[in-house]
Design a protein around this ligand. Structure first.
Ligand code: AMP
Length: 412
């Protein structure tokens, strides 16, 4: 069965192909968080109708494929560091990806490129010469903007736009293509951070961590080939509903804890867990979607008067050394916000330095005892915070875990 859900899961989409022009079959990954069967069919139908809606095309704007400015580069031979397993043969289901309506392109990449960004030089240019085909680990094939059919806009970030795209080559993978303007990155002085975060994310494989399949660049821009998160931003859902049901909250926290155990096992501390950095896959599964390069808060996102104090643990606020336990704290805040509709320390934003609040958390009466125990994640002392493995065993989590979600899913 081929669905958008399967597309977004068919990972290796693009990490794959050190083979020149090689369209290869995606690798299966741990997907036990994802619903299967008729649910997926329903979701695809919903998604298809959503994306079939016309998106007005401004006059004079042509498809990117005919106007993009990326120069063709020589095809590189497969890297010796590429994983030894040969890609499996394509299956018939993959051809149906082409039928997925990716919506109408509004020419945004070209519009921006006319007016936005400058060429960068020197050391900064070297930091931002990002091309996954030459990545030290897991090199991909070489990509250009001309390799994609560009569809509807998905959103705008601080450094550029994000579009739903499909690879022209079979099996026509559906992705989110995110553009970042190099000169704006340099102006924000985050070029090293962006490079590091891209390299980190490209090596992560977990069903609740948004995949970065590959990346490429031209003189002015970097393009990130991201897993398409069909249901968009979690923050939007939270804003829409005010708060989430116990069941929904519990399942999200389960997925978050699973993803964090995976990340910490890889010595990756996220440090910026909050609803704004979470996306939802086509089956509603949570995806940690931001690894630090999007250090911005566009649109209706939370203002950051005191940084992200809402989610900042005491040890970071106090400028102390911190460990992966900062993510435990943020998970506690997330749990609280999902259930109560606001983070526990929101009212205190702007009260500079009042860190004693952290040792005196007022748990609302509406939160039952069982969950109070769960909120042991919000301990001032990092060492006293509830371990993530215990979070996943907690009755409040186990109670709502679906049968299909073994939640031990690990991507390969
Ligand atoms: P960002 O620059 O990451 O903040 O992205 C800007 C907007 O694009 C986000 O707020 C999302 O609505 C959308 N977006 C970003 N990445 C994806 C993705 N992988 N799948 C779907 N939508 C995305």
């Amino acid at each position: 069965m081929a669905t958008i859900g399967s597309v977004t899961r068919q990972i290796a989409a693009l990490e794959i192909s050190a083979k020149q022009n090689g369209a290869t079959r995606p690798q299966p990954t741990g997907t036990s968080h994802l619903k299967k069967g008729s649910q997926s069919n329903q979701n695809i139908q919903k998604l298809l109708s959503k994306f079939a809606q016309p998106n007005p095309l401004p006059s004079g704007i042509q498809k990117a494929s005919s106007t993009n400015t990326i120069a063709s580069k020589a095809v590189r031979p497969p890297s010796p560091t590429k994983p030894a397993n040969p890609p499996p043969a394509p299956t018939p289901q993959q051809t149906t990806q082409k039928k997925v309506d990716i919506g109408r392109y509004d020419g945004g990449f070209e519009i921006d490129n006319e007016t936005r960004g400058e060429k960068v030089h020197g050391e900064a240019a070297e930091h931002l010469a990002l091309d996954s085909s030459v990545a030290r680990y897991r090199p991909t094939r070489e990509w250009h903007l001309t390799d994609f059919d560009i569809g509807r806009p998905l959103g705008k970030g601080k450094f550029g736009r994000v579009y739903m795209v499909r690879t022209k080559a079979e099996p026509h993978y559906i992705l989110a293509l995110k553009c970042l303007y190099k000169s704006e990155i340099v102006a924000s002085r985050v070029e090293k951070q962006i490079r590091r975060e891209i390299e980190i994310q490209q090596n992560l494989r977990h069903p609740n961590v948004l995949r970065l399949y590959g990346y490429f660049h031209d003189e002015k821009r970097i393009f990130l080939m991201l897993e398409f998160a069909g249901k968009g931003e979690l923050y939007r859902q939270l804003t829409k509903h005010g708060c989430f049901t116990e069941k929904r909250s519990s399942r999200y926290i389960d997925q978050m804890a699973d993803a964090l155990i995976y990340l910490h096992g890889k010595h990756v501390i996220h440090r910026d867990i909050k609803p704004e950095n979470l996306l939802l896959g086509i089956n509603g599964e949570l995806k940690i979607g931001d690894f630090g390069w999007s250090v911005h808060a566009p649109g209706n996102r939370r203002t950051t008067l005191c940084g992200t104090l809402d989610y900042l643990p005491p040890e970071m606020v106090e400028g102390k050394e911190h460990s992966e336990k900062v993510d435990y704290w943020a998970l506690g805040v997330l749990t609280y916000e999902f259930i109560c509709g606001a983070p526990p320390f929101e009212d205190l934003r702007g009260h500079n330095g009042e860190c004693r609040i952290f040792s005196d958390i007022a748990v609302p009466l509406t939160i039952e005892l069982q969950r109070r125990n769960f909120l042991q994640l919000l301990q001032y002392d990092p060492e006293k915070r509830l371990p993530l493995t215990d979070v996943r065993k907690h009755p409040w989590i186990v109670k709502y875990r679906s049968k299909t979600s073994t939640a031990t899913a690990r991507a390969s």
